[in-house]
Each structure stands twice: as C-alpha cells, then as structure tokens.
Design a binder for this molecule. Structure first.
Ligand SMILES: *[C@@H]1O[C@H](CO)[C@@H](O)[C@H](O)[C@H]1NC(C)=O
Length: 236
C-alpha cells in the first residue's frame, strides 16, 4: 500500500515539475530581459547599420525602459506616416538625422549614447505609457535614474534646429556634438544647368544669331530669370 502511495506521489511530483517549473523558469528569464553587455552589444551593432534606431514598444522596453543601463538614449517621438499629417515631424526628423550623423562620424563617438526614434504607428503603447499626446518630442533617458523635466527638450522655446538639439544634448549628457550639415548643392546644379542650356542653344543657333536682337526674347528671358531668383526658397 505504501509503495503505491509513494509511486503516486512521485508521479504527481514529476508531473508538477514538468508542467509548472519549465514555463515559470522561461518566464523568469523573459522578465529579466537582456543583460547589460548584451544590450550594449546589440545597440552598438544596430547603430553601426543606421544612425537612428527605430524602436517599437517591445524594443523601447528592452533598451530604454529597463535597467541596468550605462548609456544615454536620445529618443525622438514622432508620427511620420502621411495620414498623421505632421509636417513639422518631417522637418524635425531631418534635423535629428543631421545630429545623429554628426555624432556618428565625430571623434567623440562612443557607446555612451545612442539615438532612437519611436513612431506613433509603430509603438502607440510607448506614447500611452509616457502620457504623451503630441509629436515631435525629444527626450533624453539618462544612464542612471529617471528622466527629469529638463530631459524633455523644450522645442517651443528653442526650436528643433540641429544646432539646438546638439546644444541640448551637450547640456544633458556632457557629450559635445559639432553639427555637420551636408552642403546643399541644388542651387549650384540649377545654375550649371542654366549655363549648359544657354550654351547649347547658342551653339545650335551659331549660324544665325540675329535672334539676340529680338526684344520679345529678352523680355521673356528677363521675366524667367527674375521669377527664378525671387521665388521663395524651400527650407530644408
Ligand atoms: C557598459 O557596460 C558594458 C558591459 O559591462 C560595457 O561593455 C560597456 O563598455 C559599458 N559602457 C560604458 C560607456 O561604460
């Protein structure tokens, strides 16, 4: 009789262990998440591929929310999908890219700081958890502790030009970034094309240059050139 009870007990124990211990252990592991060196390694690998990491809710939790961290995260919260109609988001994104690239190629580049972006349509849960209902927002998540009030950039006051973002980052992290703006060649290209066009035209007409004395043509050329010089420039 005793043997039967012993066998029954052992069987129950075995079933219990198989059924409950394994998932519980797995859950424990999942809750702990990545170790610090795993996080730093993955962030370094990802940021070698792109200067701004795109985070959904899951990755935001793993790399920004969870402790321990020994790196600062600069995160832009945005809504770039066209149906969100956030025009300002696109301008802010362009400026953020300039800052991230300036840091990436600078001599101060290190694994002390990473740039990331959360788009509303990829991580709405992040916006909810931070009680955030506007975009764009720039936030600094310090290596230690929670973000303070001044860890949210006040873009109403200082704007979001790359230089302002870089200055704010330096204030928050002590890492200085010299902003390098890629030069804008579109003006030069336009002038070169105009010259090529005029030269080509004169070449084709080389046997009959009487048109140069044509008043209508000069009037037309004057209007076109005035138009192109004084048309409003798109900021970029
Ligand atoms: C953060 O910790 C990881 C793992 O210990 C280490 O590899 C990395 O160099 C540290 N980063 C900084 C900026 O100290």
């Amino acid at each position: 009789m005793r043997t039967i009870w012993a066998v029954a007990f052992a069987t129950c124990l075995a079933i219990f262990l198989v059924c409950f211990t394994t998932p519980a252990q797995a859950q424990q592991k999942r809750r702990e998440g990545l170790t610090l060196s795993e996080k730093v390694q993955q962030l370094t690998e990802m940021s070698a591929k792109r200067s701004i990491l795109r985070f959904n809710g899951h990755k935001f939790k793993d790399f920004v929310r969870s402790t321990p961290r020994n790196y600062s995260m600069i995160v832009m919260f945005t809504a770039l999908a066209s149906q969100r109609q956030c025009v300002i988001c696109r301008h802010a994104h362009d400026e953020f890219v300039i800052v991230a690239n300036s840091f990436r190629y600078s001599q101060h580049h290190s694994n002390k700081m990473f740039f990331a972006m959360v788009d509303f349509d990829e991580g709405p849960d992040v916006f909810t958890s931070l009680n955030m209902n506007t975009a764009p927002v720039f936030m600094h998540f310090p290596a230690k502790g929670k973000p303070k009030h001044s860890d949210t950039m006040d873009i109403q006051r200082v704007g979001f030009a790359a230089e302002s973002i870089a200055k704010w980052i330096t204030e928050r992290t002590d890492i200085s970034i010299r902003v390098f703006r890629p030069p804008n060649y579109s003006g030069t290209v336009a002038v070169a094309m105009l010259f090529a066009f005029v030269a080509g035209f004169l070449y084709l007409k080389r046997n009959n240059l009487d048109f140069l004395y044509n008043k209508t043509l000069w009037a037309f050329a004057a209007i076109v050139s005035i138009d192109s010089f004084f048309s409003p420039q798109q900021p970029n």
